[in-house]
Design a protein around this ligand. Structure first.
Ligand code: AMP
Ligand code: MG
Length: 275
């Protein structure tokens, strides 16, 4: 991979989020300077998703996790804007419904996983069950600590079936979050997103960071790597995610299916006159 490999968590590595600079901009000075590259990767995304859909064999699962305002919605917008809606889907994981809560924690994730040929983005994911659930003590420690291994097994199952899994933690600082909350407060198109609960949750920032560090350390595998994406600059965040997705899809060696019809015969039968 390119310079973006610095954001990839090696299997078994012990992650310290403080060592990742959320304001990193890669090799571009600003959004304008990156515009051509952003357009290039959007175009590649479009072509590769077409190929994935046509091949109808492999699939892509993108998991997005972040603290509030980290930019999950922005990434979804950017990645899906480049794709054909036919063949793409978003699954949003909120507090489990009664039906979901009556099953094991992976049930809803498995149901939402991509079918052959499909791209699915998880807006939040099964990782909430070792993040918010851990931070808020919603289940005993013994239960959540067993989940890391259960998640690895689940993701290996999907990977063995041909699903490329890419997991992104959109990294912002606590100060950046506060400033984005303030922007939301002043922007009538964003005020609906804000509540006092969001401010209460900020008090648990360091507990969340510990929970994220454990999830990233214990669940980054060859089959399903985690990436820490510097997300203070929205354009860099979008570019980095798009580029990583492109590089992995390119690595799959996707192929358009061969024509099953006798093309020569069809040309002769139906198009001979127009030659
Ligand atoms: P949002 O994505 O901003 O609409 O918020 C969804 C909320 O659901 C977040 O506060 C999540 O932490 C919460 N949530 C998601 N999954 C779970 C879960 N398994 N258990 C408890 N809360 C969850
Ligand atoms: Mg929210």
């Amino acid at each position: 991979m390119s310079y973006l490999s610095q954001f990839k968590i090696a299997p078994g590595a012990r992650v310290k989020l403080a060592q990742f600079d959320p304001t990193c901009k890669g090799h571009h000075e600003n959004h304008a300077a990156a515009a051509a590259e952003i357009a290039h990767y959007s175009e590649r995304l479009r072509a590769l998703q077409d190929l994935l859909y046509a091949e109808d064999n492999r699939s892509l699962l993108i998991c997005l996790q972040a603290m509030d305002t980290g930019g999950k919605d922005g990434v979804i917008n950017h990645v899906l804007a480049a794709m054909n809606p036919q063949g793409c889907r978003v699954a949003h994981f909120r507090q489990p419904s009664r039906e979901e809560a009556a099953h094991d924690f992976l049930w809803r994730a498995h149901r939402a996983a991509p079918a052959r040929g499909e791209v699915v983005i998880f807006n939040r994911s099964h990782y909430e069950d070792v993040l918010v659930v851990r931070v808020h003590d919603l289940v005993p420690k013994q239960v959540w600590s067993d989940r890391y291994e259960q998640i690895n097994e689940f993701e290996r199952l999907l990977a063995d079936q041909g699903t490329q899994i890419l997991k992104f933690y959109l990294h912002i600082s606590s100060d950046e979050q506060l400033s984005r909350f303030k922007d939301r407060l002043e922007d009538p198109t964003k005020q609906w997103k804000i509540s006092e609960a969001d401010y209460a949750e900020r008090k648990r920032w360091s507990q969340y960071m510990t929970a994220y560090e454990d999830a990233l350390s214990r669940c980054s595998t060859a089959a399903a790597p985690w990436f820490v994406i510097p997300s203070a600059h929205k354009w860099f965040r979008n570019l980095a995610v798009a580029q990583i997705v492109v590089e992995h899809l390119e690595g799959l060696g996707l192929q358009y299916p061969r024509a099953t019809a006798d093309l020569e015969r069809i040309r002769h039968e139906y198009h001979a006159a127009s030659k």
